[in-house]
Design a binder for this molecule. Structure first.
Ligand code: GDP
Ligand code: IMO
Ligand code: MG
Length: 422
């Protein structure tokens, strides 16, 4: 394997965690480059379930270096509890985890502001994960953020925090929310800073050294293409670049060191939170929820579900430069007699074969569908491409072709073994 950027080609929760875990076998280093603990990446090892929020999914394999890059926003208290949680499950976390010193940190006022802004928005709320992601990236852009390098320097952190709490408490009071106690936040974050200090380093130099050694690096995307701050369904997006370019800026590894982009997409579509979802469909939603599937890994919310949307995934191929595709959850369609796939959007007299930028217009678009015969056979035991029912193969091939990239992996269950290399 060469240096690979893995991105979600839809609205997040495509099964990136599972595919990363599979591909990590071939990698030396796994890097998270954007987002924060809004992400929830699920990996099953046998009966054991792991949900990773900030730590790269590569942590579950031995002798892999895991890096939280500069583009990530880190909730230090959350990161400590994630490390502790993994240790309790007998996962080794030590020198195999390195955290960027220039990554910005999420503070309690970010979380509080996130919640308050959602209340203010009322029916226009984004449906955020309330992890403070938007306000933390906002502070980074406004150049008033606090970084890991500050957190591990007690005097500097105290000085910066004091100023930031003062300003944010005024804002919180104006919004009718309770101001924060400087002393309490300082104590909690200082403890997390001491705990995390051994993990903090200059990850740009470290990744550069890894590249020069010839190490193989896997860049683990979080969220999905249509949650990208620039290319998503703004304002119903997250606050980072979830598309492939974010892997470069979020790690300090240059574009010409990247070899390929893998796009992960479900065999259908899901979205959690508000905003347009052209192929949303009650029938498939009820079916999947009835099977106990499609509940959020971070917030537990029921995900909205719909038919596969090839307009969206083709658009994702365009903005990410997707070379190869991993299709997950093919088994989710095992019992569907007629499967629909969206191939265009209709809006009045207009037809779109790309995702229009106006979220309101997108919400008004009618999907144009083509239909596929379902295979009506369980696929979860299939180990090879040939063992898949012909109709399932035809469907997977067709959606990859419509998406415009090479079919690489078909996944038929959450486990490592339920992965078919095509
Ligand atoms: P991520 O955020 O992209 O890593 O995806 P999540 O972990 O939030 O959600 C994907 C869900 O689908 C998780 O519960 C996975 O265990 C599960 N999953 C991934 N691939 C497959 C698959 O091929 N079949 C089934 N049944 N479940 C899958
Ligand atoms: P993974 O990495 C799915 C969604 C939220 C909301 C919007 C903004 O597991 O695929 P935020 O808290 O980021 O400000 O919320 O983005 N969202 C996700 N949806 N998967 C994710 O991550 C998500 N991270 C954020 O539901 O609609
Ligand atoms: Mg997820």
């Amino acid at each position: 394997m060469s240096n690979t950027i893995l991105v979600g080609a839809q609205w997040g929760d495509e099964g990136k965690g599972k595919i990363i875990d599979v591909l990590t076998e071939q990698a030396d280093v796994v890097v998270r480059t954007q987002g924060g603990n809004n992400a929830g990446h699920t990996v099953y090892l046998g009966p054991k379930k792991y949900v990773l929020h900030l730590i790269p999914s590569g942590i579950l394999r031995k002798n892999k270096l895991c890096v939280i890059g500069n583009g990530v926003v880190i909730d230090p208290v959350g990161l400590v509890s994630e490390i502790e949680g993994l240790k309790k499950l007998n996962v080794k976390v030590g020198k195999n985890l390195v955290v960027s010193e220039t990554a910005h940190i999420v503070l309690p006022y970010h979380r509080e502001l996130d919640a308050q802004r959602e209340v203010l928005k009322g029916k226009n709320k984004i449906g955020t994960t309330k992890r403070g992601i938007g306000p933390a990236y906002g502070d980074k852009a406004a150049r008033v953020g606090i970084r890991m390098i500050d957190l591990i320097n007690p005097a500097r952190f105290e000085e910066k925090l004091k100023l930031r709490i003062k300003e944010n408490n005024e804002v919180l009071k104006a919004l009718g929310a309770k101001p924060l106690s400087f002393k309490k936040v300082l104590a909690e974050y200082r403890a997390a800073g001491d705990y995390l200090k051994p993990y903090v380093a200059n990850t740009v130099v470290l990744l550069h050294q890894a590249t020069r050694r010839g190490d193989t690096i896997l860049f683990e995307g979080a969220q999905g293409t249509f949650l990208d701050i620039d290319h998503g369904t703004y304002p119903y997006v997250t606050s980072s670049n979830t598309t492939s370019g974010g892997a470069c800026t979020g790690s300090g590894v240059a574009p010409n060191r990247m070899d390929e982009v893998v796009g992960v997409m479900k065999a259908y579509t899901t979205r959690v939170g508000e905003g347009p979802l052209p192929t949303e469909n009650a029938e498939i939603s009820d079916l999947l929820h009835g099977m106990g599937r499609e509940f959020g890994a971070t917030t537990g919310r029921a995900r909205r579900c719909g038919w596969f949307d090839s307009v969206a995934t083709r658009h994702a191929t365009m903005v990410n430069g997707i070379d190869k595709l991993a299709i997950t959850n093919l088994d989710g369609l095992d019992t569907v007699a007629t499967i629909k796939v969206c191939v265009a959007y209709r809006h009045g007299k207009d037809h779109f074969d790309f995702v229009p930028n106006d979220a309101q217009l997108l919400a008004e678009c009618e999907p144009v569908y083509v239909e596929f015969d379902g295979w009506l056979t369980p696929t979860d035991k299939a180990k090879t491409w040939k063992e898949l029912p012909p109709k399932a193969r035809a469907y997977a091939k067709a959606i990859a072709e419509l998406t415009g990239a090479e079919l690489f992996i078909a996944s038929v269950g959450p486990a490592r073994e339920q992965t078919i290399f095509v």
